[in-house]
Design a protein around this ligand. Structure first.
Ligand code: ADP
Length: 273
């Protein structure tokens, strides 16, 4: 039987056995202080946007940051940074792209002849690509490697949690009841994999009236409720902000001047120094 390393929910009587570690080493040339997974229960809640913006904030606070785009079938990290260069490789490994503010990124989109080419791969092959990004990319010195996981609790998040020494997970949600139900699965998965949840980022929380500044909670307050119910810290509430999606679409996320995730980045730095 495959072992997740979490004995609390397992019926097997193997208390004398040590759970097998499935951790894989990264390349010898890499010195990665902390791995932070960014996860969500479902797609479209803004997980990739939050990953990019969090990397930008950590870099602004003087940290060396990398992003491993593990959303293999829906990669969007290179676009938000305006990276169009193909990844290069030599006998040392695969070289990530470096953005204007020095963030290193790797994504399957940097390996395709055309960015709109679909990835039609079986689960194990996709998980193999993520493993290769961890083992073969020349990240060198990083304070934080953010891993943009695909939504849900499938093969890839499982691979990330098993093979990488994940120090914490940031869970992204939108404040709808339906999404909240599903986000609990993501929170529980992190718990079952013994990965500490750093907190919840509630995206698309409200719209701010440009005239009077009043905030309208378009979808409700489910994010606050879920944070309370699950004892998870609500790290940030981000509005629906058209300038954010424009920055992402134009590949200039590094020019965003809002400080929506400034406190979140500071908290990560404090928790994972
Ligand atoms: P996910 O990774 O969860 O699938 P994305 O980060 O790709 O979601 O976001 C989906 C779309 O919504 C993108 O076009 C993104 O630019 C946009 N978006 C995400 N968050 C916001 C926001 N707070 N305000 C405006 N647009 C947003």
């Amino acid at each position: 039987m495959s072992c997740s390393g979490n004995c609390s929910s397992c019926q097997e009587n193997c208390s004398s056995k040590q759970p097998e570690s499935l951790l894989e080493p990264t390349g010898d040339f890499n010195n990665i202080k902390h791995v932070v997974a960014v996860v969500s229960g479902k797609g479209g809640v803004g997980k990739s946007m939050v990953t990019s913006l969090l990397a930008v904030e950590l870099a602004r606070q003087g940290k060396k940051v990398g992003i491993l785009d593990a959303d293999i079938t829906g990669p969007s990290i290179p676009k938000s940074f305006g990276v169009t260069a193909r990844a290069t490789q030599n006998n040392l490994g695969i070289f990530p792209a470096t953005t204007q503010s020095g963030i290193k990124i790797i994504s399957v989109n940097m390996m395709l002849p055309q960015a709109d080419m679909p990835i039609i791969w079986r689960g194990p092959v996709i998980a193999g690509a993520v493993k290769q990004f961890w083992q073969e990319v020349v990240w060198e010195d990083l304070d934080y490697l953010l891993v943009d996981c695909p939504p849900g609790t499938g093969d890839v998040p499982l691979t990330v949690f098993q093979i990488m020494p994940v120090d914490g997970a940031v869970v992204v949600t939108s404040p709808q009841d339906l999404v909240s139900l599903i986000v609990k699965k993501a929170l529980n998965m992190a718990d079952m994999m013994n990965v500490p949840v750093l907190g919840l980022v509630e995206n698309m929380s409200y719209v701010k009236c440009p005239d009077c500044g009043k905030e309208f909670p378009v979808f409700g307050n489910a994010g606050e409720n879920i944070a309370e119910e699950t004892g998870t810290k609500l790290l940030a509430r981000m509005p629906i902000d058209i300038s954010l999606s424009q920055m992402v679409d134009n590949g200039c996320i590094e020019k965003v001047d809002g400080d929506y995730l400034k406190a979140t980045a500071a908290e990560i730095i404090e928790k994972l120094p």
